[in-house]
Design a protein around this ligand. Structure first.
Ligand SMILES: Cc1cc2nc3c(=O)[nH]c(=O)nc-3n(C[C@H](O)[C@H](O)[C@H](O)COP(=O)(O)OP(=O)(O)OC[C@H]3O[C@@H](n4cnc5c(N)ncnc54)[C@H](O)[C@@H]3O)c2cc1C
Length: 355
């Protein structure tokens, strides 16, 4: 059975690794001149780690990443509103995105990877299965589901980067009025960070001015980062289906979500292993992945409403008061709500048969 994967991002490469693991012949087409990822961080959540285990690349991910326990949530002045204990939590593996992408790339033989190939139509692809992993602006999705709405601006813009450090910091998220920030320290002293504010799309903004009063080291992380990336945040309204004929949508092409739970790429990894375990049964893939990603998509939107989108001083004060009152065990439970995912047992059996 032959599969063509369109898009060589984290989702597309994960699909290629997973499908090969169950015996498919795979090629990957990537439109960029080279396979690569942007200079930012990714927190590999425990659910995504289990998908990487299934792919057989978890040891390499653990070697390049740093397993960490989240420190918690802070206010703009740096005080902890939720400070999590170092017990009872599964660890998040903090990584540079290029390292995660590199692990997947190295798990594939170079002769199946084709860069500089922009796929314009499914019709041109001769395969039993086409995986549309061509990102939030998916051309294949527009071709297959012409009536489905495209990405919608989520009302916020984000800056990201990797500060050289060295720093020794816990993972943390900072919530302010109309903005939020995150710190994801890599094991080698470098720190991946993001800053986000509510703003119109494309607004001309200076993050140094916007975040100058926020706690240390946020302003200096921004100032010391050589390459700062900015993205306006878009999300894809839920689709009626992830499959059409022999095509399966995967990753952001299927369910691009706001980044407030840090689960977008993690969902693409779950998609990839589930698709492989379904072994060509696309109705099953759709039935399993749509409800799961929909729940996380909603959870992320809700996190945005109680986080970055809260701007009135009274609402912010009430939120911060409520966060400070939450017992640690409940905070841990809330934060791990989506990360307890495991590959369904029947899929584990399927994969064993094929290996
Ligand atoms: C500000 C921000 C912060 C985020 N933080 C996190 C986080 O901490 N944790 C997390 O899990 N997720 C996070 N995400 C989400 C995450 O980045 C995405 O969900 C993930 O990268 C999607 O991967 P993908 O492979 O589906 O798509 P993409 O990474 O977009 O890859 C699509 C690939 O397809 C290629 N392509 C497109 N069209 C074609 C074509 N026609 N032919 C051939 N190739 C094509 C593109 O060049 C690209 O390489 C964040 C997102 C944003 C915006």
């Amino acid at each position: 059975m032959k599969a063509i994967v369109v898009g060589g991002g984290i989702g597309g490469l994960a699909a290629a690794v997973s499908l090969r693991r169950v015996g498919w012949e795979v090629v990957v087409y990537e439109r960029a001149a080279a396979f690569g990822e942007i200079g930012a961080g990714v927190g590999v959540m425990p659910n995504a780690m289990r998908a990487l285990e299934w792919m057989g690349v978890d040891a390499e991910v653990r070697r390049l990443g740093t397993p960490r326990v989240s420190g918690g949530v802070r206010s703009v002045d740096g005080r902890w509103m939720v400070h999590l204990p170092d017990v009872g939590q599964e660890k998040v593996v903090a990584m540079h995105r290029a390292d995660l992408h590199g692990v997947l790339l190295r798990a594939l033989p170079p002769e199946i990877l084709f860069n500089d190939v922009e796929v314009t139509s499914v019709e041109d692809l001769d395969a039993d299965l086409v995986v549309a992993a061509d990102g939030i602006g998916s051309r294949l999705r527009a071709e297959l589901l012409p009536d489905a709405p495209g990405p919608v601006y989520a009302g916020a813009t984000a800056w990201r980067g990797v500060a050289p450090g060295p720093y020794d910091l816990p993972i943390s998220q900072t919530l302010g009025p109309g903005g939020e920030a995150g710190i994801l320290p890599l094991g080698d002293g470098r720190v991946c960070w993001y800053l986000a504010v509510v703003a119109p799309a494309g607004a001309d903004l200076d993050p140094a001015a916007l975040f100058s009063g926020w706690h240390d080291p946020l302003p200096s992380l921004l100032a010391s980062t050589p390459d700062v990336i900015r993205h306006d945040i878009y999300a894809l309204p839920p689709l009626p289906t992830f499959v059409s004929g022999r095509v399966a949508l995967l990753g952001d092409a299927a369910h691009a979500m706001t980044p407030y739970l840090g689960q977008g790429a993690c969902m693409a990894l779950e998609d990839a292993v589930t698709l492989a375990a379904c072994d060509g049964d696309l109705a099953r893939y759709d039935a399993v992945r749509r409800p799961r990603t929909r729940a996380v998509w909603r959870g992320s939107r809700l996190a945005g409403k109680f986080g970055i989108e809260m701007r009135s001083p009274i609402a912010v004060a009430l939120r911060d008061f409520a966060l400070r009152a939450v017992p640690s065990f409940l905070a841990v439970r809330g934060m791990s709500r989506f990360s307890t995912w495991e590959m369904p047992v029947e899929f584990t059996r399927t994969s064993r048969t094929h290996r």
